[in-house]
Design a protein around this ligand. Sequence first.
Ligand code: SF4
Ligand code: SF4
Length: 341
Amino acid sequence: MADVFLTHDKARELLIHLSANGVEAFGPVEKDGIHIIEKIHEQSPINFDYFITTNSIKEALFPRYEKILSYKISQEGVEVEDVPLDKSIVIMGGHPCDAASIPLMEKLFGWDYKDKFFLKRRENSVVITLACEEADNDCFCTSLGYSPRGEVGSDILLERVSDNGWKVKTLTDKGKNFAKEYADYFQSSLEADKKYPKLADKDVPVQFDPKKVKKWIDGHFEDSLWEKIASNCWSCAACTYVCPTCHCFDITDDATMWSGIRTKNWDACTLPYFTLHASMHNPREEHFQRYRQRINHKYSIYVNLFEAVSCTGCGRCSRACGARVNILEAVKMIDNAAGGK
Ligand code: SF4
Ligand code: SF4
């Protein structure tokens, strides 16, 4: 197949065109010096020049807060109104460590209870990912088998070839159909600059063995290392909210006597209230117990359930943590305790 390219200008135009035509288009915007992925509108300050967005693309498929139904109560009974889930979604701007989170979350949301909200959005979405151009000391995707140019979970991968454009790799039928439908935005040539690509797998060294980490966790639920790892943690849950694979939520009713809406809202195992019983007993009273749960769930429990670690090595949780708790350092400490690589 002949090479196809997309410039930043055309990508911006495309996102705005999509959003003006009924598609939920998500893209990277620059606000107050940081880049975040959010729903695009005509005036959005779309900007593709960033290292990594602060939030992940998960909010396009699993919003922080969403109405899942509304209801009215009358003398005739209860009338329930479902929320339509038929909108097309296009997500452009995550990196391979974002896209790789989608198949991981699909395992959970398609497991014993089928979560139609996530699954329908996933079905209706096209995921367009930007291959990584840089890595920092918090990145560790390769330790989990991923790659800065990885294709897992993406429909289209954009690989930078110049300051203003990418080479387009269509990876799935969805991606091919999308590129065909919006062919006017793509072009058949673009002058490449030798300085790209900047990053290869070897630039993100493998730093631990997830199998050893799991084995140690399984045998050391009670170990003083957990307190050492999480001694700074103040249980703010920032790590959980920026993580592309954290997926806990609560269901709440906002209601009056005769009507209400039911909502699904992000929750976090790092918050003290997460396991607080009505009796006020909390089986995870200490900060380290909650942080242990976060690591244990990702690196052991998820592996038992789905044969996959629920972490893509994006490093967002470490960057977001004001208390400087660093997941890579934590997992390396466990790996060392297990005897190293
Ligand atoms: S590890 Fe850091 S970001 Fe996560 S809950 Fe603890 S203090 Fe907050
Ligand atoms: S646990 Fe941290 S490094 Fe792993 S996917 Fe979540 S935010 Fe990224």
